[in-house]
Design a protein around this ligand. Structure first.
Ligand code: ATP
Ligand code: MG
Length: 594
C-alpha cells in the first residue's frame, strides 16, 4: 500500500498552454510526467507504474508468442547504418554525433541494423530458425514537431521485435503470430482498436499493418469496411480504377487492370481544345464555378519536386493527390509540392494555372483522369485555362495509376460495401521486411542441402508511452483519466475523508491493508486535505475504484465503494468492504481480457 503523504504525485489544476491534447494535459495534471526538454520527459512514480504495466503485458504476450527478450544499445555505430543504406536515407530524425575518437554514431530510432548484425554472426544453420528477438528500449527520433506529450516524443520507449525465418511462408507465419499477439496486447489493455493496412515508410518492406486506437484526436485517418475485415490507413487505402468500381462497367475485376492509357477517340461533341480567359481563378472551386463545370471534369495538375526529379501529377478536380502513393509509385525517397517559384519555372505561370497540355515535365495521372471525356485544365499561362481537353488526344501521361486519396464516395476495394472513416492513434506497427536488411547486411543461413540462403525478416513495434497516452485519449471524462484497470497506476484509492478522526483513519488503514494482502494495488490518501480535494485528485488520476470512509458512515459501521467510470456507488458494511471492493476490481479486470 502506498501513502499519498510519502508519494511524489504532484497534481495541478493548471493546464500548460503547450499541452494541446487531453492525454498530455492529464498526464501533467495528474503528476505522471514532467517535461525536461522538447519531446523529452521524466516519468514520475505513478507515470512509471503505468509504463511498467504496459511493458508487463507486452513481455507476457511476446514471451507467449515465442519471442525472446534481449536488450540492444541506444548508441549505434554508423557503420551498421551505412551497410543498410539508411545512414544516407533516413533524414534528420536520425540524431548523429561523433565520439572523442571522431567515430560517427547515432541514437537508434529503430534497431533493424543492430539485430541483423547480431543474427548474421550467431545464426549459421536452418536449425536455428525461426527466431524472434524483442526488446523494450529507449529510442530517440529527432522529430520535427515533438508534441502531444508522450504521444510524439523525441526520446521514448518502444517494444521492438524482429523475426528471422527460412523463407516467405515461414515469415508469413511469424508475422501472423505477432499480429495475433498485438491483438491480445491491446485487448488486455481494454482499448478499442483496429488493425489496418499501412504504408511501410522509412522501415521499408513489402507489407504492413498499423494498430490504431480509435480516438478523435488521432493524427491518422483510417477507413474500415462496414461489411468485411478490410481496413486501411487513408495514406494507403486503395482506390479502384473507375471501371472496376462502377457497376456499369461490370466486366473488369479489381485486379483486371485498366484499359490502355487514354487511348480512346475524342467523345462526340468535344471540339479541339481551346483556351479561355479565367482571370484570377486558381482553385478548383473558383475555376469550376467560373466555367460552370463539375469539379470532376477538371484536370487538377500538381507539380512536385522529388528525389526522382520534377513530376506533374494529375487528378480529377473532385479528388486529392495522395503524396504517399506518388512517392511509392515513383520509388522516390521523398516528394514535396513545388513552391511558387518552382511552379513558375516549370509551368511558366503562377500556381493555379498549370496543366498537362504542352508541359515539358514528366507527367503521371490518377485513374480518375482517364474517364474525363472533355475536361478543363490550366493553360500554363497566367489567367488562362484550356477546355475540351481530351486525355490521350491532347496529352499522354507516362502512366495511369492509383494516386489519389480515398474519398467518402469510394467503396471497399475488397467487397464493394461502404467504407467508414475514423481517426486513430498508431500505437503499433508490424512489417513484413522480406530480405531488405538481410540481403544488404548478408544475414544468411545454410539450408538442409548446405546451400546458403538469405534470411527473411519481419519487424514489429509498439510505443509504450504512446500506448498509455492513447489509452487516456480514449478513456477520460471531464474529471480526469479513466484508466482501464490493467494499466492504471493503482487499482484502488482508499480515502479517509478526515484523517484526524481515529476511527476513520483506522478503518481506512484496515481496508487498505486487507486489499494489499489480497494483491490489490492500493493508494491510501492519508493527506490532511479537504475531502473535495482528495476526491478530485483520485478522479484526476483515474484510479478505477475508490473506497471512501466518511465520518458518519464509519460511525454507523459503513464505507462506500465507487466505480470511477460509471460513478456507481454502493454503501457496504465495514467487515465486507474489502471483499466488495475486491469483487469490483475483479469485474473490472474481466473487461481487459484477451
Ligand atoms: P509515426 O508515423 O506516428 O511517426 P512511425 O510510423 O514512424 O510513427 P514506427 O517506426 O512504426 O513509427 O514505430 C513503431 C511504434 O513506435 C509506433 O507505432 C508508435 O507506437 C511508436 N512511436 C513512433 N514514433 C514515436 C514518437 N515520436 N513518440 C512516441 N512513440 C512513437
Ligand atoms: Mg509506423
Amino acid at each position: 500500500m502506498i501513502r499519498c503523504t510519502q508519494y511524489l504525485m504532484p497534481t495541478t489544476k493548471e493546464t500548460p498552454s503547450d499541452a494541446e491534447v487531453v492525454s498530455h494535459r492529464l498526464m501533467l495534471r495528474a503528476g505522471l510526467i514532467r517535461k525536461v526538454a522538447s519531446g523529452i520527459y521524466t516519468y514520475l512514480p505513478a507515470g512509471l507504474r503505468v509504463l511498467r504495466k504496459v511493458e508487463r503485458i507486452l513481455r507476457e504476450e511476446m514471451d507467449r508468442a515465442g519471442a525472446q527478450e534481449v536488450l540492444m544499445p541506444a548508441v549505434v555505430p554508423s557503420e551498421l547504418w551505412r551497410e543498410s543504406g539508411r545512414w544516407e536515407a533516413y533524414g534528420k530524425e536520425l540524431l548523429r554525433f561523433r565520439d572523442r575518437a571522431d567515430r560517427e554514431f547515432c541514437l537508434g530510432p529503430t534497431h533493424e541494423e543492430v539485430i541483423t548484425d547480431l543474427v548474421r554472426r550467431e545464426v549459421r544453420s536452418w536449425r536455428q530458425l525461426p527466431l524472434n528477438l524483442y526488446q523494450i528500449q529507449d529510442k530517440f527520433r529527432d522529430e520535427i514537431r515533438p508534441r502531444f506529450g508522450l504521444m510524439r516524443g523525441r526520446e521514448f520507449f518502444m517494444k521492438d521485435a524482429y523475426s528471422f525465418d527460412v523463407d516467405d511462408g515461414a515469415a508469413a507465419e511469424s508475422y501472423r503470430k505477432m499480429y495475433d499477439a498485438y491483438c491480445r496486447v491491446f485487448r488486455r489493455m481494454g482499448l478499442d482498436f483496429r488493425a489496418v493496412e499501412a504504408d511501410t515508410g522509412n522501415i521499408g518492406g513489402s507489407s504492413s499493418h498499423e494498430f490504431m486506437v480509435i480516438a478523435d484526436s488521432g493524427e491518422d485517418a483510417i477507413v474500415s469496411c462496414v461489411s468485411c475485415s478490410y481496413g486501411a490507413n487513408v495514406e494507403k487505402a486503395e482506390c479502384l480504377p473507375p471501371e472496376a468500381a462502377s457497376p456499369a462497367a461490370g466486366t473488369v475485376s479489381a485486379k483486371g487492370g485498366p484499359p490502355p492509357a487514354g487511348s480512346g477517340p475524342a467523345p462526340p461533341g468535344a471540339g479541339p481544345c481551346r483556351k479561355v480567359a479565367t482571370p484570377g481563378k486558381r482553385t478548383i472551386g473558383e475555376v469550376s464555378e467560373f466555367l460552370g463545370v463539375d469539379p470532376a471534369s477538371l484536370i487538377k495538375t500538381l507539380l512536385f519536386e522529388t528525389s526522382a526529379g520534377d513530376v506533374a501529377v494529375l487528378v480529377s478536380g473532385a479528388h486529392d493527390v495522395n503524396e504517399v502513393k506518388v512517392k511509392n509509385h515513383l520509388g522516390a525517397d521523398w516528394v514535396r509540392l513545388a513552391g511558387e517559384d518552382r511552379v513558375r519555372q516549370l509551368s511558366g505561370a503562377p500556381s493555379g494555372f498549370a496543366g498537362p497540355v504542352g508541359l515539358s515535365v514528366r507527367t503521371i495521372a490518377d485513374h480518375s483522369v482517364r474517364t474525363i471525356a472533355a475536361g478543363a485544365t490550366g493553360a500554363n499561362e497566367k489567367d488562362a485555362h484550356l477546355v475540351d481537353v481530351v486525355p490521350g488526344r491532347d496529352f499522354v501521361p507516362e502512366a495511369y495509376a492509383d494516386l489519389r486519396s480515398v474519398s467518402g464516395k469510394d467503396t471497399c476495394p475488397r467487397c464493394g460495401a461502404a467504407l467508414r472513416f475514423s481517426r486513430g492513434i498508431e500505437v503499433g506497427h508490424v512489417f513484413r521486411l522480406g530480405t531488405k536488411y538481410s540481403e544488404a547486411m548478408r544475414a544468411t543461413y545454410l539450408d538442409p542441402d548446405g546451400k546458403e540462403r538469405v534470411i527473411v525478416m519481419g519487424c514489429y513495434g509498439i510505443g509504450v508511452g504512446r500506448t498509455a497516452a492513447a489509452a487516456i485519449e480514449q478513456n477520460h471524462d471531464g474529471d480526469g483519466i479513466v484508466w482501464p484497470i490493467s494499466i492504471a497506476p493503482f487499482e484502488v484509492s482508499v480515502i479517509p475523508v478526515n484523517v484526524r478522526n481515529r476511527d476513520v483513519a483506522d478503518a481506512a488503514e484496515s481496508v487498505g491493508n486487507e486489499l494489499s494482502a489480497r494483491g490489490v494495488e492500493v493508494l491510501l490518501d492519508d493527506r490532511e486535505e479537504r475531502p473535495g480535494i482528495k476526491f478530485k485528485d483520485a478522479d484526476l488520476a483515474g484510479i478505477p475504484v475508490r473506497v471512501t470512509l466518511g465520518e458518519k458512515n464509519v460511525a454507523a459501521g459503513f464505507g462506500e465503494v465507487r466505480d470511477r467510470k460509471t460513478g456507481e456507488t454502493s454503501r457496504v458494511e465495514l467487515p465486507s468492504l474489502a471483499a466488495e471492493t475486491l469483487a469490483l476490481v475483479t469485474r473490472k479486470k474481466a473487461e481487459c481480457r484477451p
